[in-house]
Each structure stands twice: as C-alpha cells, then as structure tokens.
Design a protein around this ligand. Structure first.
Ligand SMILES: [Zn+2]
Length: 85
C-alpha cells in the first residue's frame, strides 16, 4: 500500500502534493489541512483515452521511484499512473 498527499484547496502554486505521508498536517502554501490517500503506483501502456483501470496495469509498485525506474529501463509507451484503492 502506498500513500500520497495533496492540498485539497490548491489555491497557490506552492500548494503541496507529494508521495508518502506528509511531514506536517497543513499545506505550507495556504494552510489547508492536507488530504492523504492510499493506493499503488501502476505501470501502464499509454492510452489516448487517459483511462488506466487497475486491471490493465503491467506492473504495480508501492514505491513511485521503483515504478519510474521500471519505466525508464523499459522505455516504449509505458507511463506511471496512480491506482486508487
Ligand atoms: Zn494549499
């Protein structure tokens, strides 16, 4: 299970989002309470529809770096997309 977080307000360019758990509860850009979500980092073949159902994942990683490393190594049309639980 992977985590990521984001600022739900997203009102300034400094509003935060990132992988893992936030180190502090509030957005440093605007002060909103950060939201976290759980899921996985999926590797998919790119599609023009921009739809990436979990069942189409070529690989699933819990680490965004591991997923990106795989894509970088394989090349081609692979992309990393978040899979919501
Ligand atoms: Zn914010």
């Amino acid at each position: 299970m992977a985590n990521r977080y984001y600022c739900p307000a997203h009102v300034t360019p400094r509003c935060e989002r990132g992988d893992g758990k936030p180190k502090h509860p509030k957005c440093r850009g605007c002060g909103s309470k950060l939201e976290t979500e759980t899921g996985s980092h999926g590797v998919f073949h790119w599609t023009a529809q921009n739809r990436y159902p979990a069942k189409d994942a070529v690989k699933v990683y819990q680490s965004p770096k591991a997923a990106q490393d795989y894509v970088d190594k394989q090349g081609g049309d692979l992309v990393v997309r978040w899979i919501y639980d």
